[in-house]
Design a protein around this ligand. Structure first.
Ligand code: NDP
Length: 240
């Protein structure tokens, strides 16, 4: 049986690597993106993976998008809440809009997507939800109160929903990536990046495929005893 998996932000970076890894493992994958049509179309052409466009910060759009995917592919059994953005600034310069956009996109999306898919998983007695947090949600980061708060919230959300899903065969886990070589990190100034890499014991940025591998592990059918956990994949940068 081929399970249906949604990956939000599934057309670029960590999400794209996850979509491909899931497809290669036999899942029917729907990759959701927000605005970059060019990259999404190129991804579809290259991989043959179905793409869907909506804003994951929009509750009604998530409900409608998930309903469409169920019509097209079948009941949704795996959700990877990966879509995320940064809008960095120190607090005294951060606008309300940048606070809200980051919280709504990174954390609100986990509620929106879970609300649309968790009831069906619960009824069918099987589901896997993986929420993508961050090392910066665990450790905090200068200039990122919005992002660190949203990612930290993801870790609490995960532990709470895991308790609700546990009696019904639905596991909920989080991944906390360290610094991964994607477009998001390409936006970090080079001298800052050099300093960051100096603090990574493995001595390099992570690869998107290394996060995808961990996500695949968490969504496996035989990972039913693994729930409410946060798997840190950060090259040894933050251990606790
Ligand atoms: P990228 O910036 O490379 O890709 C982000 C993806 O999310 C794109 O597909 C983008 O779509 C999608 N997206 C963004 N906003 C929305 C939205 N409102 N609605 C729907 N889709 C949206 O990100 P990464 O691959 O680097 O990061 C993936 C996740 O991992 C994020 O949650 C990030 O916070 C987290 N993370 C990343 C780290 C890193 O070092 N890269 C470290 C720790 C965590 P579109 O192409 O249309 O813009």
């Amino acid at each position: 049986m081929s399970r249906v998996a949604i990956v939000t932000g599934g057309t670029r970076g960590i999400g794209a690597a996850t979509s491909v890894a899931l497809r290669d493992a036999g899942y029917k994958v729907a990759a959701v993106y927000g605005s970059n049509d060019e990259r999404a179309q190129a991804f579809k052409a290259e991989t043959g993976i179905a793409i869907y466009k909506w804003d994951v910060a929009d509750f009604a759009a998530c409900a409608a998008g998930c309903a469409q995917i169920e019509k097209d592919l079948g009941p949704i059994e795996v959700v990877v809440n990966n879509a995320g953005i940064t809008r960095d600034a120190t607090l005294h310069r951060m606008s309300f809009e940048d606070w809200k956009a980051v919280v709504d996109t990174n954390l609100g999306s986990c509620f929106n997507m879970s609300r649309a898919t968790f009831p069906g998983m619960r009824e069918r007695k099987f589901g896997r939800i993986v929420n993508v947090g961050s090392i910066n949600g665990q450790a905090g980061q200068y200039g990122q109160v919005n992002y660190a708060a949203a990612k930290s919230g993801i870790h609490g959300f995960t532990k709470a929903l895991a308790q609700e899903g546990a009696p019904h065969g639905v596991t909920v886990n989080a991944i906390a990536p360290g610094y991964i070589d994607t477009d998001m990190v390409a936006a970090v100034p080079e001298r800052v990046l050099e300093k960051i890499i100096e603090r990574i014991p493995v001595g390099r940025l992570g690869k998107a495929s290394e996060i995808a591998r961990a996500i695949l592990f968490l969504v496996a059918d035989d990972a039913g005893f693994l729930t409410g956990s946060t798997l840190s994949v950060n090259g040894g940068q933050h251990m606790y």
